[in-house]
Ligand binder design. Structure first.
Ligand SMILES: [Zn+2]
Length: 234
């Protein structure tokens, strides 16, 4: 018996003893399946939005902030594969899902030549207390993979969150808070000046978080801002 056959057998024994489950539907994963099963890979709702034509994510920001272009990889619905995957990413200590989604979408960006002029990728930051509790920023690996795919620099030490707000911050609440103080601030603005910046986040709902981040990023002179999220609530 050669080594690869033996290693397949060991993997199969492991799969029986410690079954790996699909993050989309909880079904058992088979050999060759990573993170999600073949069914979920076929059924996951890709937006098929891009950076060439206007889409529903762009329209979220009309009349609010001046950005160049926005897009999202997946549709997020109240029930479904995207919601389950992102729940595991954020609340079940599965940061590798960000790597998986970033590799997938990064490959699409590379193949289609989109965002090739971007200089740096900036993640929406967590407050340091939240980061300590969760142990990772859920957008970190996604952002790094995207940056690699488009040959941009990943920069996570410029945009800072100054207060610990609830996860599902309501638009009105964030605005009330902003009356008192800026929720996101920019440090080392000179690093981002004159740059084309891709701001990345997990899910876009009202766009209030991204709007606050864009306003902070625009304190750096002569920036052009693009937005990418893993998922979009239609
Ligand atoms: Zn599945």
């Amino acid at each position: 018996m050669n080594f690869s056959k033996l290693s397949n057998i060991i993997n199969d024994i492991n799969a029986v003893l410690l079954p790996r489950l699909c993050f989309g539907c909880n079904a058992r994963l088979y050999r060759g399946e990573q993170h999600i099963c073949a069914f979920c890979r076929n059924q996951i709702p890709l937006t098929e939005f891009d950076y060439l034509t206007e889409n529903a994510v762009d329209r979220v920001f009309y009349g609010r902030i001046n950005i160049k272009k926005a897009s999202s990889f997946l549709f997020f619905t109240e029930k479904g594969i995207t919601k389950n995957i992102i729940h595991h990413l954020k609340y079940k200590n599965q940061p590798q899902i960000g790597d998986f989604l970033g590799s997938w979408y990064g490959e699409i960006l590379r193949e289609t030549g989109q965002l090739r002029d971007i200089d740096c990728v900036v993640p929406v930051p967590l407050h340091h207390k939240k980061l300590k509790i969760r142990g990772y920023n859920q957008i970190e690996l996604f952002g790094q993979k995207i940056a690699n795919s488009i040959d941009a620099t990943y920069i996570n030490n410029c945009l800072i969150k100054t207060a610990d707000t609830k996860t599902q911050t309501k638009k009105s609440r964030i605005y009330r808070w902003k009356d008192k103080q800026d929720l996101y601030v920019l440090k080392n603005a000179q690093i981002l000046s004159n740059k084309k910046i891709l701001l990345v986040d997990d899910v876009i709902t009202t766009g209030a978080t991204l709007e606050a981040c864009v306003k902070a990023l625009q304190k750096a002179p002569k920036t052009e801002i693009y937005i990418l999220t893993m998922a979009f609530v239609p």
